[in-house]
Design a protein around this ligand. Structure first.
Ligand SMILES: Nc1nc2c(ncn2[C@@H]2O[C@H](COP(=O)(O)OP(=O)(O)O)[C@@H](O)[C@H]2O)c(=O)[nH]1
Ligand SMILES: *[C@@H]1O[C@H](CO)[C@@H](O)[C@H](O)[C@H]1NC(C)=O
Ligand SMILES: *[C@@H]1O[C@H](CO)[C@@H](O)[C@H](O)[C@H]1NC(C)=O
Ligand SMILES: [Mg+2]
Length: 419
């Protein structure tokens, strides 16, 4: 009995040894050297993710991801039907901007933000690996962190919002604010009775860029839960912003509900009179006003999408403006949104050419779509949007006005999309 067991064990060990030797031979003799060395170097590094700012992406770094993919599939490269070298590199070469994605979210938004991240990663970031900062007025739970870290190709960072940035300032009269909410509830104004929505709008207007996790960055791209990207984004919009000295970028613009901002413009005009040094020449005032600034036409850039300069938001002009609005109380006595606040700031404190319309970013946030205009672009960037859904030329959009006030040519065929 013991003798046969021993013989069987010995046979098994020999067989195992033989198999390992054969596998070793196969791997060492067929792997192209760049992939092997890339793989080896990635095993040695503490994290598979590249640093936030890469001056140049090198061959070793490209190979690192490729080798990972082979290892996962466990396939022999020589029998693969795909020519590995003809596949696109997982990481785009070239320089990176000092930039991050930024998302404000609740733990209950986990799966909705997961969908947004997936869109951004598939269409853009998997090749660029920018970081992603998440902020919340409550601590993020482990599941939120796990799911989002799983999906983001750059570093993920999670921050808690300081109390002063998400609460009533002491100068707000609580009874007056409560009466406003009740009145707006009866008038069925969207989010009119919500306290948390007001904190959110105030935070997005004046505080997100002050968070310590954003101090490390120059540009941001704001992403909300449940958005979609429809087209490949092969060029880095952050680098575009930097190289072209852009400070604020948008894809959709429209009219604000005027019931939510009865005195926003009046307050802005007082600010302009008190701080004339902050108003720049050749700004976009004509985009937001039809009468040289006497009144607001309610046009704003839709802020659920923004690619912008944090340094602009942290400038004396913008900070003074926010402080002025905050003391006027309209975030609570009315329901001022961050979209008109950012838009007015960008239209008064930036030069026309510092604002940018991202025509080629196909985008959806309920209920509006932006789809690139030309068939060539939709083909080139593999867009999945229906051009008929394009909101941008329709009556409720302000983008037509933006084109006019910026002397831009509207694309061919836009008239057919006006309704
Ligand atoms: N942490 C936190 N995030 C919020 C809260 N309310 C809204 N948000 C976030 O703020 C952004 C805007 O809110 P959303 O509900 O999308 O508003 P809408 O797009 O104007 O309808 C989203 O990124 C939300 O996840 C809140 O109470 N707490
Ligand atoms: C990125 O930008 C921030 C804010 O402007 C700056 O403090 C930081 O030094 C920059 N980092 C790099 C790597 O350039
Ligand atoms: C949608 O409208 C925008 C203008 O706001 C325009 O640039 C874009 O080309 C349009 N898309 C289509 C599919 O017409
Ligand atoms: Mg939203």
């Amino acid at each position: 009995m013991p003798a046969t067991t021993n013989a069987r064990t010995l046979r098994f060990i020999l067989l195992a040894f033989f198999s390992v030797a054969v596998l070793y031979k196969v791997f060492t003799s067929t792997s192209p050297s760049t992939y092997t060395s890339g793989f080896t170097s990635s095993v040695g590094s503490s994290s598979g993710k590249p640093p936030p700012t890469l001056p140049k992406s090198d061959v070793g770094h490209i190979g690192e991801h490729k080798a990972d993919a082979d290892a996962d599939l466990g396939t022999d490269p020589s029998t693969s039907p795909n020519d590995i070298k003809s596949l696109p590199p997982p990481a785009a070469p070239g320089r990176r901007a000092n930039a991050t994605f930024i998302t404000l979210a609740r733990n209950t938004d986990t799966w909705e933000i997961a969908n947004s991240i997936r869109h951004i990663e598939d269409r853009f970031n998997r090749k660029f690996n920018y970081d992603w900062v998440f902020l919340n007025d409550q601590p993020f739970d482990d599941n939120f962190k796990k799911i989002t870290t799983r999906l983001v190709s750059g570093k993920t960072k999670y921050g808690l919002i300081p109390k002063e940035h998400w609460s009533f300032p002491e100068w707000i009269d609580q009874d007056k604010a409560a009466a406003v909410r009740e009145d707006m509830r009866q008038r069925k104004i969207i989010y009119g009775d919500s306290v948390s929505y007001r904190h959110m709008c105030r935070f997005e207007s004046g505080f997100f860029f002050e968070h310590e996790l954003l101090a490390d960055y120059e540009y941001y791209w704001r992403v909300e839960p449940s958005i979609k990207l429809f087209c490949d984004l092969d060029e880095d919009p952050f680098v575009f912003m930097k190289e072209n000295k852009k400070k604020y970028g948008f894809v959709i613009s429209l009219y604000e509900y005027k019931e939510t901002i009865p005195t926003l413009w009046e307050t802005t005009r007082k600010f302009m009179a008190e701080y004339p040094q902050h108003i720049v020449e050749n700004n976009n005032l004509n985009f937001i006003s039809d009468d040289e600034g006497k009144s607001y036409n309610n046009c704003h850039f839709w802020s659920n999408f923004e690619i912008g300069s944090l340094d602009f938001l942290r400038s004396p002009a913008y900070r003074d403006y926010f402080k002025y609005l905050d003391h006027a109380g309209g975030f609570f006595y009315e329901r001022w949104g961050d979209a008109p606040v950012h838009s007015i700031g960008a239209s008064l404190f930036l030069k026309k050419e510092e604002v940018h319309f991202f025509e080629n970013i196909g985008y959806w946030h309920v209920p509006f779509t932006h789809c690139p205009t030309t068939e060539e672009d939709r083909d080139k960037y593999k867009c999945s949007c229906n051009p008929k859904d394009n909101f941008s030329w329709k009556g409720y959009s302000c983008t037509s006005r933006y084109f006019e006030t910026n002397n831009m040519n509207k694309p061919k065929g836009y008239e057919y999309q006006m309704n």
